[in-house]
Design a binder for this molecule. Sequence first.
Ligand code: DC
Length: 230
Amino acid sequence: MKRIRIAIDGLSASGKSTLAQGLAKSLNYLYIDSGAMYRAVALFALREKLIDRQGQLDEAGLTAALDRVFLTFRFNPVSGRGEMCLNGRNVEMEIRTHEVSRHVSLIAKVSEVRNKLVRSQQQMAESGGVVMDGRDIGTVVLPDAEVKFFMTASIEARAQRRHLELQKRGRKVTLDEVTANLTERDHIDSTRHHGPLKKAEDAIVIDNSDLSIEQQFEHMMSLVQDHLNG
Ligand code: DC
């Protein structure tokens, strides 16, 4: 059976990663969370004080420091997925904080950051058998991916989903704050010059506002199977 590349792009909190992980697990493929890599660079920038109190990024400083950023995924047999490591240290928890979410779009606009991460994502997908999710996977990272999905959902559905997720992790953040963060990130991610969030022409749109995870999974899996059998 051939081992293909599946690209999943979409808005923040549209449920991409849950479905990408589910598909990867069923197919016994590698799951690559490209957003985690941008988040890890944002964490690095915060730690190195390259973002000031006003939220201004020292872009030249970050560009110069990029060769000190080593990103790897380390497989965790308990969670069954690769966890993000920054310079050899597991940062899977730190990269999910609201603080990192607030600054990550700023980091993802920097061309040098994108070039570095896109190269590394392409290398990881080289031998196939991967599901990768993000914003520019079907358009820039893997334009030749055999199957591409573009996920979307209403802002209300997405904010509720992300709010619940943060609450489960004990984070004190209001639904309004989450809605504001998602709206702002959607805007920055869709309007940036380099690698904006955009549907690839050949991507299949999945609007999951009113579909359960199981329904979406079945639908996506049957499209993948059609491709594998076709
Ligand atoms: O999927 P996520 O919310 O964890 O992504 C975090 C940020 O990283 C998001 O605001 C946009 C950026 N990102 C990107 O620009 N390109 C990608 N391929 C993945 C994420």
